[in-house]
Design a protein around this ligand. Structure first.
Ligand SMILES: Nc1ncnc2c1ncn2[C@@H]1O[C@H](COP(=O)(O)OP(=O)(O)OP(=O)(O)O)[C@@H](O)[C@H]1O
Ligand SMILES: [Mg+2]
Length: 239
């Protein structure tokens, strides 16, 4: 018992002393037979690695390794990265404003895959990205008025997020309330020119019937439409 206490005391007092002066780190490493270059290599690991890891951790496993390869999606990544701005002198450039995409196609065409792939490509380009992803139906469920939940605050948080994936727009049951929430969300992002990746199975004419003219007019201006082959990749893979 006494021996352990003594050992701990010795360790505590020794480390801060030896790490203080110039050249002492080299002496410690040499004494412990540790290669200085190896230590430097570990410390010099580039910061984007952790940014990528953090991004991957926030993605659903199915899309964690998605790579965007659609030319319109890659062009969008390039443009959003170009418009990124540094919040202060010397700070990393952050996604700020930019165009949006409407990824439209049949079930299983690869829309969500391209959307997550686009976020990955943006992070890989080196800009800072604060992003969120939600299925439209999940968002409506979250925002249903309930006691103890500030749904106005939740809507505001999603609406002002610098980059949003709004997945499966048009998949939830239509209602005046759904139309109003979608209008408020899209209108806010339209006004502030916030990049938004929207996926939908609905053709534009059906979207108009579902969401009304106010939303579809804004979508027409703020998004570029990305079309997909009419192939369900899930069934293709199964076959
Ligand atoms: N470019 C791709 N390379 C490899 N796998 C892909 C690619 N695109 C999609 N997939 C895979 O195909 C399946 C369907 O893709 P995804 O979920 O993106 O389709 P979707 O268009 O969003 O479908 P839904 O309309 O039902 O939401 C997924 O398993 C996805 O990982
Ligand atoms: Mg999808």
């Amino acid at each position: 018992m006494r021996t352990r206490t003594r050992t701990r005391t010795r360790t505590r007092t020794r480390d801060p002393q030896t790490l203080g002066g110039t050249g002492t780190l080299e002496r410690i490493l040499a004494a412990r037979n540790i290669d200085r270059a190896a230590v430097t290599a570990v410390n010099d690991e580039p910061e984007p690695r952790s940014a990528l890891e953090a991004m991957s951790a926030g993605m659903p496993p199915r899309y964690r390794h998605a790579e965007a390869d659609h030319p319109k999606v890659l062009a969008w990544v390039h443009e959003v990265a170009r418009q990124a701005v540094a919040p202060s002198v010397g700070a990393r450039r952050q996604v700020a404003t930019g165009p949006s995409l409407l990824l439209a196609g049949v079930v299983g065409a690869g829309k969500t895959h391209q959307a997550y792939g686009a976020v990955r490509a943006l992070v890989q380009s080196g800009v800072g990205v604060r992003w969120r992803a939600t299925a439209a139906a999940d968002l409506y469920a979250q925002l249903r008025p309930r006691t103890g939940v500030d749904s106005e605050q939740q809507l505001a948080a999603v609406a002002r997020c610098p980059l949003l994936i709004l997945d499966d727009l048009g998949a939830a049951k239509a209602s005046e309330w759904v139309e109003e929430i979608t209008y408020r969300l899209i209108n806010r992002r339209y006004n502030h020119m916030l990049p938004t990746l929207i996926t939908s199975n609905l053709p534009i004419s059906d979207l108009r019937g579902y969401l009304g003219d106010r939303v579809t007019s804004r979508l027409a201006q703020m998004t570029t439409r990305v079309e997909f082959d009419t192939v369900d990749r899930r069934r293709q893979r199964a076959a």
